[in-house]
Design a protein around this ligand. Structure first.
Ligand SMILES: NC(=O)c1ccc[n+]([C@@H]2O[C@H](COP(=O)([O-])OP(=O)(O)OC[C@H]3O[C@@H](n4cnc5c(N)ncnc54)[C@H](O)[C@@H]3O)[C@@H](O)[C@H]2O)c1
Length: 351
């Protein structure tokens, strides 16, 4: 089985994807600096024998390092060659992801996201590794009246974070255009990943105060916060609250493996794929489902609309369904149950 480098493999989506790769027998090299994750993720993965039939200790390799350091990246590629596992592909998660922080720390965001990716591509190229899956985001799309966003919908991000992602896509497209016979690239545009692995051993453990809705719901349900703020109930939607396309993090993880299989069995190309369920749920629907399946209360209050929020962000996922051997299998109920199990078993995350 081929070897894969996973940058940011200790983070929320990265850790679940590493598990999915290990389940399929891939040899996985993880590079992470722990700027937004914990070394305990690796320990947890090594303990998950029940879910992985292959020997995890032989297939999982970890290097602490920074994406922006060529030395750190070269070390991973050289280590893998020494192990007889030359890295053939990269799944690239490492980056900063808070829309709010990206306004306050704009230079840092461009440095981590764009400079980090340029560095990665330089080192990949020098090792003749030209297969890449990039973590892009629905944040790159412009405000739209469309019921569902297609890959060719207008791209016009409204925050520095989204701009870094859109710019990386432009950079990758340019590399492909200049070397069309060499690179195989998938930009996966994520919608709203939530939930956790069914075991409760892996989940989302944001450092600092979360701004995304699902970790906030978990914090309210566990009484760390008294009430959830719902930003606006006067949007033009079924119940007045915003609509999002929530996708179970394990479906997302399996989507990466499917994208990797697709690239491994095809010639050079670049392809943009929305990855979502195609089903929109309102904020109130999400809260109600969470309360019902977990039999727990999530007190909330309606507050003013937040600047920059969008009414309806749902994926048209027809392209990914017809391109990859993949489809989402888990419901919003599963997302809520699995996420709450993770919180109950790990009230302080990995700490
Ligand atoms: N979670 C979401 O809702 C979402 C949505 C769309 C896109 N994305 C993108 O998906 C990717 C993964 O998201 P996530 O939710 O798992 O985030 P995360 O913060 O949990 O994971 C990112 C990981 O990358 C590491 N990292 C960051 N900068 C690094 C660097 N310079 N060198 C080495 N390691 C570094 C962090 O320590 C962390 O482990 C990110 O690129 C994010 O922008 C996430």
């Amino acid at each position: 089985m081929n070897s894969v480098l996973v940058t940011g493999g200790c983070g929320y989506i990265g850790s679940h994807t590493v598990l999915s790769l290990l389940e399929k027998g891939y040899k996985v090299y993880v590079l992470d600096s722990f700027i937004n994750s914990s070394p305990l993720v690796i320990k947890r993965l090594l303990e998950m024998h029940d879910y992985i039939k292959f020997k995890v200790s032989e297939n999982l390799h970890f290097i602490e390092g920074d994406l922006r350091s060529s030395k750190d990246l070269e070390k991973v590629f050289l280590n893998a060659i020494k192990d007889g596992n030359e890295i053939k592909a990269v799944i690239h998660f490492a980056g900063l992801k808070s829309v709010k922080d990206s306004f306050k720390e704009v230079i840092t965001y461009w440095d981590f996201n764009l400079a980090g990716t340029i560095n990665l591509l330089k080192v990949m190229n020098s090792f003749s590794c030209r297969t890449l899956i990039f973590s892009s985001s629905a944040t790159i799309y412009s405000y739209s009246e469309e019921k569902a966003l297609k890959e060719n919908s207008l791209i016009k991000p409204i925050n520095p974070y989204g701009l870094t992602k859109a710019t990386i896509e432009v950079f990758l497209q340019d590399i492909y255009s200049c070397y069309p016979d060499e690179w195989r690239i998938v930009n996966l545009r994520y919608f709203n990943p939530i939930g956790a692995h069914v075991s409760g051993k892996l989940g989302e453990d944001p450092i600092g105060n979360p701004t995304n809705i699902f970790p906030l719901i978990l914090n309210v349900a566990s009484k760390e916060i008294s009430k959830l703020k719902v930003y606006g109930n006067n949007w033009n939607t079924k119940d007045g609250t915003c609509i999002r396309d929530y996708i179970h993090v394990m479906d997302l993880a399996e989507g990466h493996v499917a994208a990797l299989n697709f690239l491994e069995s095809n010639s050079s190309r670049i392809i943009n794929l929305n990855i979502g369920t195609g089903i929109g749920s309102s904020v109130l629907e999400l809260i109600n489902i969470f309360q019902d399946v977990n039999n727990i209360e999530v007190p909330y209050e309606i507050s003013e609309r937040r600047e920059g929020d969008q009414e309806n962000v749902v994926a048209d996922n027809t392209k990914i369904l017809s391109t990859l051997n993949w489809q989402p299998k888990r419901s919003v109920e599963n997302m809520c149950e699995d996420g709450w199990r993770w919180k109950l078993l790990n009230p302080k995350g990995y700490k």
